[in-house]
Write a protein of this length. Structure first.
Length: 199
């Protein structure tokens, strides 16, 4: 009985711990796509004056064993091709692709002229952003585990301080495995006492 009790407690403890995530972004994700041991994040800020202009996505992937590493442009293409409602328009130049527009969830901003443009930002924590000196397809714009790619629409070509990340909604408590562990202890102990009395 003692061995059974310890085995059960070990299983419940494993449930309580759960899988270890590679990264935990400081904001809610609309959706995570892909599969793999690495995860990068994509933040899109339309800056259109609406109450919810910013969205964030997760991208799971494995680094290629050979050949070029994945870039920010690969991240965009993966999200667009995942059929989650995100669309873009791109113009190809001699220096590489330029993002003309993004559209998602009823928002749409575009232009690569004086009325505005999409600026490209990078971050290690999703809160402090640095404007990229390279385009998303440049070899310098490779993805790494835990990296953040951000895009902000600069209205009237007024450069911002980077994308504003989505607001965190109040968390709704949910039952988890830790509660299962606590709830299961009295039952196991009671069963052990009954077994002892019968013996």
């Amino acid at each position: 009985m003692k061995r059974t009790l310890l085995t059960t407690l070990s299983c419940l403890s494993a449930l309580a711990v759960g899988p270890v995530l590679a990264q935990t972004p400081p904001f809610p994700l609309v959706q995570t796509i892909g599969s793999g041991s690495n995860e990068s994040f994509f933040v899109l800020d339309f800056e259109d004056g609406s109450s919810s202009p910013s969205y964030a996505f997760g991208y799971l992937y494995n680094e290629p064993a050979t050949g070029p590493q994945l870039t920010g442009y690969d991240l965009i293409n993966a999200l667009v091709n995942a059929n989650i409602g995100l669309t873009d328009t791109v113009t190809q130049y001699s220096f590489g692709p330029a993002i003309d527009s993004f559209s998602y969830a009823g928002h749409s901003q575009g232009g690569f002229q004086n009325n505005g443009y999409w600026s490209y930002w990078l971050s290690n924590d999703g809160q402090n952003w640095t404007a990229s000196n390279f385009g998303p397809a440049d070899p310098h714009s490779t993805l790494t585990n835990g990296s953040y790619d951000g895009w902000a629409y600069d209205v009237n070509s007024q450069v911002t301080n980077g994308p504003v990340t989505p607001r965190i909604s109040p968390a709704v408590p949910e039952p988890d495995a830790a509660w299962l562990l606590l709830a299961g202890l009295p039952v196991l102990l009671a069963a052990r006492r009954r077994r002892a009395r019968v013996g």
